[in-house]
Design a protein around this ligand. Structure first.
Ligand SMILES: [Fe+2]
Ligand SMILES: [Fe+2]
Length: 304
């Protein structure tokens, strides 16, 4: 029979936060009792919680690395690029995200919107003139609505975690790189070279990235004709591309504009990681400022 159980708190480090796996369906034989204590009565989880967590992260990346193929990304971009699911404003989506991420992030004890505003406000304090970067910080994770049933309830591996190019060789610096051996693209001669289907210096906007909340939000912003500067769109699309902004891989695909934008991404990333600092934000107090930025850079209603 099939029983729904609560998984142990396996977590995936995503942008310095923990994202806990959703409930999973496990198959049990009738009458089987889940052994959660050993013969001495100790709870396995007491001393194995760390290795279980590691295992959870590793399983997450294994599934991710096997399934993120060039064809998969192409299909997802085609499907979600239609933006035919819902019409709503940026702020409405911020409020929608409140309901999504709270459940999967037990480390976060304030509403998600406050967490997004913490990042934005921290950047605003240090870079008061870059209003586009304040707004970018507020919206960069909105693509996580892909986890919602109305957006197809995509599994975690197709929404969060590190991103990387598909259609060319997987770089060794990508976390848990060994699992790419099981990806069908790994042995495809069209894809298994340094440039693959791309060319040196072609620019990252020509490159297909593994599918997740980053690329989805980028598509939403672009297709709805956001007037954010290219650095803002760059931050949104590549903020989980750690192989690039942390390890310096894939530089051969960058063009001059990407090199410039990368400087902003590195600045942004420091605040994204640091945003768990518990500075309480009065949402109602800062809301008018962000609504004015949304009005400046986005249409009133967007297609999602
Ligand atoms: Fe993100
Ligand atoms: Fe983030």
């Amino acid at each position: 029979m099939t029983i729904l159980i609560d998984q142990p708190q396996f977590g995936i480090e995503v942008e310095g936060k923990r994202v806990v796996n959703n409930e999973k369906e496990l198959e049990f034989d009738e009458g089987f009792i889940m052994p959660n204590a050993n013969t001495f009565g100790h709870n396995f989880r007491d001393y194995e919680v760390e290795s279980e967590r590691q295992e959870g992260v590793e399983n997450f990346y294994r599934t991710n690395h096997i399934n993120q193929t060039y064809d998969f990304v192409k299909k997802m971009r085609e499907k979600y690029g239609k933006l035919d699911r819902v019409e709503m404003s940026i702020w409405e989506c911020c409020e929608l995200l409140n309901d999504v991420v709270d459940e999967s992030d037990p480390d976060l004890d304030e509403p998600q919107i406050e967490h997004l505003l913490q990042t934005a406000e921290a950047i605003r304090k240090d870079y008061p003139n870059e209003d586009w970067l304040h707004l970018t910080a507020l919206i960069h994770d909105l693509g996580k609505v892909l986890l919602l049933p109305s957006f197809g309830a995509l599994p975690q591996w197709a929404v969060v975690g590190d991103t990387y190019p598909v259609g060319c060789a997987f770089d060794e610096s990508i976390v848990h790189n060994k699992y790419f051996k099981e990806n069908p693209d790994y042995k495809n001669p069209a894809y298994d070279t340094k440039c693959g289907v791309y060319s040196e210096g072609c620019g990252l906007d020509k490159v297909m990235m593994s599918w997740g909340h980053d690329d989805y939000m980028y598509l939403v912003a672009k297709e709805n004709k956001s007037t954010l500067p290219s650095a803002g769109l760059f931050v949104i699309r590549y903020h989980s591309f750690y192989a690039l902004h942390r390890s310096g891989a894939y530089k051969h695909l960058l063009n001059e504009e990407d090199e410039e934008n990368l400087k902003w991404l590195k600045i942004f990333n420091k605040y994204d990681l640091y945003s768990k600092s518990k500075v309480r934000i009065d949402v109602e107090e800062v809301k008018p400022y962000y609504l004015s930025l949304i009005e400046k850079y986005f249409p009133t209603r967007l297609r999602w």
